[in-house]
Design a protein around this ligand. Structure first.
Ligand SMILES: NC(=O)c1ncn([C@@H]2O[C@H](COP(=O)(O)O)[C@@H](O)[C@H]2O)c1NC=O
Length: 509
């Protein structure tokens, strides 16, 4: 008996050659309107869907393959006598191969000014129904959703028939295809931030050589429609493939440098924590500050810059070993210069959107924590001076700077700033005074006259006392501890000015 293939595709890549070859392999080809026209134009003999169903395509194509003569042929378990009888009784012929890809919903909603009515029209119903039916019945039918699978399917179809392993593999792929499709439709229509089920979909962008360590497998998945201002949309202009750790670090550096839309900024990151941050009127001066902040840790680090890299900045960058540079663009000369360095990776990304994510996800065993991204800054807080002495204008600048940086440092976090650079960063400590001690030790003599930012409140006065001994003159912290008064008194005694933001910036992952 002739085998039957039902082909109904929106993406017509490689279609004619595939259908021709199926026909040569003795398949009868059944198709829906547009696919039929494309195939006939390419010289393929096609049985129209309406000839099989004895029913016209109606409602602008909303109903064309949704018919028992199609779905009976897709779903019949040929091992079962009752199913065989039902096919005979209703004159249904089995279908052996389904080739379907769906209405371009993603492409439709990604168009500028896309209309909701257009999006709704592009929700495919008949296609997923056929894919799911054939995938369920993969014991008998093969289902193809991806033109990349045409050669393998063809080769097997020409020889001993499509193997069970292949059909099973294709069935799982078809269910992933429809699930991903529906997830995007659901995301498009969902208004709640935390709905009763979280049906996210991501597409593989890149298989990574390994994960955080060489014994861990890893891949980079991206949202189907990543924002222009995102790591997933960044363009690599030069250098080796990005590693898992590179991507993670670049993400951290990008988020931090995006805090400084009002000035030129340079950020150096190691293991997702900033080791140096500089701000200035020119990019090269900002990088100079970031470098001077910690000339040791920057080695092998990731640098993010928030403006076009010019030749001056490139020259400075080229003097040290860096893993990755990320910037909104590079001048011709800067690119030429940096491309001479074989081991550096250069990324270009639109920084206008700030690299925020709509949801921050953290996997835990058996589940996932989901939270909104921490997008708030000092402007969203009600800053209050807690001490007798208010900060000077210069101290306010340093405090604000410290507050922007400390938000991006792993908790417990203390950041010391002076003028336009960080001078000490204490990251990821189990107690706050320990983080302060690390920042102070790193800053050495630069602690004199510096400002201190803390991501969360001081549970006791020891951090203020430590800061005082080191010569810190200004402190910014959320406040809110039961023992705030002890810290305020200690600050007043030392002549330190301290401001409370009322908002903390814990960062654990
Ligand atoms: N309604 C139906 O019965 C139906 N059957 C198949 N489709 C889709 O129609 C598209 C192909 O249409 P055409 O061959 O007319 O270009 C495919 O993306 C296929 O998934 C349908 N359309 C959407 O729901």
């Amino acid at each position: 008996m002739k085998r039957r293939a039902l082909i109904s595709v929106s993406d017509k890549t490689g279609l004619s050659d595939f259908a021709k070859a199926l026909q040569e392999a003795d398949f009868e080809v059944i198709s829906t309107g547009g696919t039929q026209r494309a195939l006939e134009a390419a010289g393929v003999r096609v049985v129209g869907i309406s000839e099989v169903t004895n029913f016209p395509e109606i409602l602008d194509g909303r109903v064309k393959t949704l018919h028992p003569l199609i779905h009976g042929g897709l779903l019949a378990d040929r091992e079962k006598e009752a199913h065989r009888q039902a096919l005979q009784e209703h004159a249904i012929e089995p279908i052996d191969l389904v080739v379907v890809n769906l209405y371009p919903f993603k492409e439709t909603i990604s168009k500028e000014g896309a209309e909701d009515a257009d999006a709704i029209d592009n929700i495919d119903i008949g296609g997923p129904a056929m894919l799911r039916a054939a995938a369920k019945n993969h014991a008998h039918a093969a289902v193809v959703t991806d033109p990349e699978d045409y050669p393998r399917v063809l080769e097997e179809a020409r020889n001993n028939g499509i193997r069970f392993e292949t059909r099973r593999h294709l069935a799982a792929k078809a269910f992933r295809h429809t699930a991903a499709y529906d997830a995007l439709v659901a995301e498009y229509m969902t208004e709640e931030a935390f709905p009763e089920t979280m049906t996210l979909t991501y597409e593989k962008k890149q298989t990574l050589r390994y994960g955080e360590n060489p014994h861990q497998g890893a891949s980079f998945y991206q949202h189907p429609l990543p924002a222009d201002s995102s790591i997933a949309a960044a363009k690599q202009l030069h250098g080796k493939e990005l590693s898992y750790n590179n991507i993670n670090d670049v993400n951290a550096a990008f988020a931090l440098v995006s805090e400084f839309s009002d000035t030129k900024a340079a950020v150096a990151v190691k293991h997702t924590n900033p080791c140096g941050v500089g701000i200035a009127n020119t990019l090269s001066a900002a990088f100079e500050e970031a470098y001077a902040a910690d000339p040791v840790s920057i080695f092998g680090g990731i640098v993010a810059l928030n403006d076009t890299v010019d030749a001056d900045t490139a020259e400075q960058l080229a003097t040290i070993f860096l893993e990755v540079i990320i910037a909104p663009d590079y001048s011709h000369d800067a690119l030429e210069l940096l491309q001479k360095k074989k081991n550096i990776r250069l990324l270009k990304v639109d920084m206008a959107g700030g690299g925020n994510v709509s949801h921050a996800l953290t996997s835990v065993s058996g589940g996932m924590l989901v939270q909104e991204d921490d997008v708030k800054g000092l402007a969203d807080t009600d800053v209050k001076v807690a001490t007798k002495r208010a900060p000077t204008a210069e101290e306010w600048r340093s405090l604000e700077f410290a507050w922007r940086v400390v938000k991006h440092v792993k908790s417990n976090a203390i950041v010391l700033t002076k003028g336009s650079r960080t001078v000490g960063v204490g990251a990821g400590q189990m107690n706050r005074v320990g983080a302060a001690e690390i920042a102070i030790a790193q800053a050495q003599s630069e602690t004199q006259g510096s400002a201190l930012g803390s991501d969360a409140f001081f549970p006791m006065k020891d951090t203020v006392e430590t800061a005082m001994k080191a010569g810190v003159t200004a402190v910014i912290q959320p406040g809110g501890s039961k023992r705030d008064q002890e810290s305020i008194d200690a600050a007043d005694e030392a002549g330190i000015t301290m401001v409370f933001t009322g908002m903390r910036h814990f960062r654990h992952a």
